[in-house]
Design a protein around this ligand. Structure first.
Ligand code: CTP
Length: 206
């Protein structure tokens, strides 16, 4: 299979030298890429900035912003068999970032943000050749209910629910649900173990 995997946290620039981002380490997305390669799949990894080195057998595309990630996903989605959106994509981006560095003043500063495109939702509704679409759901309450809502709204084949403690950490606990299947709980283990499970579930859905 050809896996298209996104990883890392996007950066949304408020001026040419400053950005809003999040605490994603990219570890889950990179672990997924390695797990798919280990199973001899083809991997395209679209990565926002991380401190990690992409696996040499993957085709890696580096992006920064949610808009750049969307362009890259659109470019490769038609050629993949399975998209896994493991990236922490910003939901908002500065509405009109100035072309010059914002100057300090003694006054309060208000930033106006506009919504970004929900890449996962776009993919769930634009698959023309039966690609699998797998998303993550980061929830701090009502984990299963919220994740199932996202799964339905974004028309996903599988959702992987996790909680904020997983962000930036080497280990994670997740709950996984495939469309029409039951919830599967994986308790505190390495992201490599979770990634291998997600890849094998994706194989079984194809
Ligand atoms: N996602 C995306 N494009 C965005 C935002 C999120 O593709 N602009 C994807 C993420 O990669 C993840 C999934 O959507 O796979 C869920 O992200 P999450 O932050 O949990 O949910 P949101 O849909 O952004 O909703 P909320 O933040 O309100 O919980």
């Amino acid at each position: 299979m050809h896996f298209l995997i996104t990883a890392g946290g996007t950066r949304e620039y408020i001026d040419p030298v400053r950005f809003i981002s999040n605490a994603s380490s990219g570890r889950t997305g990179y672990a997924l890429a390695r797990a798919a390669l280990r199973r001899r799949h083809k991997v395209t990894l679209i990565t926002a900035p991380t401190g990690l080195r992409p696996p040499s057998d993957a085709k890696a595309l580096c992006v920064e912003t949610a808009a750049e990630m969307f362009e890259a996903v659109k470019r490769y989605f038609g050629r993949c068999d399975c998209l896994i959106m493991a990236a922490a994509v910003a939901d908002y981006t500065p509405a009109r970032p100035p072309g010059r560095k914002i100057k300090k003043t003694p006054n309060m500063l208000t930033l106006k943000l506009k919504p970004t495109v929900d890449i996962l939702r776009w993919a769930g509704t634009h698959r023309k050749k039966g690609q699998l679409v797998i998303g993550f759901a980061l929830e701090d309450s009502n984990v299963r209910a919220n994740a199932e809502r996202k799964m339905k709204e974004k028309k996903l084949d599988m959702v992987v629910a996790n909680t904020p403690v997983a962000i930036g950490s080497a280990q994670t606990s997740v709950e996984i649900k495939s469309a029409g299947g039951d919830w599967l709980r994986i308790r505190r283990t390495s992201k490599a173990v979770v990634a291998a499970k997600i890849i094998s579930l994706a194989e079984s859905l194809k």
